[in-house]
Design a protein around this ligand. Structure first.
Ligand code: FAD
Length: 256
């Protein structure tokens, strides 16, 4: 209860604990649950691990773990999901000093356990990766929208909520995700896509009453993000997202 109040007081922010839980859950429960990963799934996994290795905000031990996983997924075909799972579980031992907290959710804590959690943290992690790729002036990937491609491949091939995955794929092809050509446009594409999902889920059974699914960012947090007619000012939204998801602004509430 106290943590929830503190998180609400802080407002829109990214917590290290949520990013770590997203990564841990995704690699142990989703990638880790696949027996043999090959073909399109393996391409998607390689891209996902590449972008994590480049931008996930780990310390030296965590970076070493992602480097090891990167070698496993690039050097094997098929990749055995259980091998990835074992590496991450082993890294979870406190003496390995990879994760900053064993707490599951911080900013993604629901008012009761059935709300929020992993899907919330997965959104946060992909916004984080997209923004930090956009902020990287030495960005050297073949496609400007590489973080979005990684997300698309991950959600299509691994995300456990199949209904969410189907919706996401439908939305991605309708709005031409592969035609997004710059890292800056990727940030805004993902913001719009997430708002479309929020809009669809308003009033849904899955909506945490303490965290209503209103268009993001809330008016009171960014008054300049809308013009007097209530339409979005995308330049201001971009600034807001860049500031919120910049790795330098991560909050360590609940971390050691
Ligand atoms: P979330 O929507 O999970 O948002 C998490 C945090 O992201 C917010 O607290 C806020 O800080 C930030 N945020 C919110 N909106 C934006 C934005 N536009 N831009 C940047 N940051 C933002 N559930 C379903 O029931 N049906 C679906 O079809 C479905 N599809 C999904 C598809 C994907 C790819 C994912 C990752 C999840 C999907 N979910 C779906 C789950 C759903 O979107 C929520 O994640 C879940 O209901 C928890 O909601 P939440 O209140 O924690 O906020």
């Amino acid at each position: 209860k106290e943590l929830l109040e503190e998180v609400k007081r802080i407002g829109d922010a990214v917590f290290q604990g949520d990013l770590e839980s997203a990564l841990r859950y995704s690699l142990t429960r989703e990638v880790g649950a696949k027996k043999e990963i090959t073909g399109e799934q393996l391409d998607a996994l390689r891209l996902y691990i590449d972008i994590l290795e480049k931008y996930f905000p780990f310390g030296n031990n965590g970076k070493a773990l992602l480097k090891e996983i990167k070698a496993v997924v690039h050097e094997n075909d098929p990749v055995i999901g259980l091998e990835v799972r074992k590496k991450v579980l082993d890294a979870g031992k406190p003496e390995k000093k990879v994760f900053s907290t064993s707490k599951k959710w911080i900013g993604c804590l629901g008012s009761t356990p059935e709300y929020r959690g992993y899907p919330c943290s997965l959104w946060k992690m992909f916004h984080f990766l997209t923004v930090n790729a956009a902020l990287d002036s030495e960005f050297k990937f073949p496609h400007g929208n590489i973080a979005l491609r990684a997300m698309h491949g991950y959600v299509k091939n691994f995300f456990g909520c199949r209904e969410c995955s189907n919706h996401f794929q439908e939305m991605s092809s309708r709005t031409n995700i592969f035609n997004v050509s710059t890292k800056e446009d990727s940030v805004l594409w993902l913001w719009k896509a997430h708002n479309e999902v929020n809009n669809r889920l308003q009033g849904d059974l899955t909506e945490d009453p303490e965290f209503p699914k209103n268009p993001f960012p809330y008016r009171q947090n960014c008054p300049e993000c809308r013009n007097p007619n209530g339409q979005w000012e995308e330049k201001e939204v971009y600034k807001y997202l860049i500031n919120m998801y910049d790795k330098r602004n991560i909050k360590y509430l609940g971390s050691n």
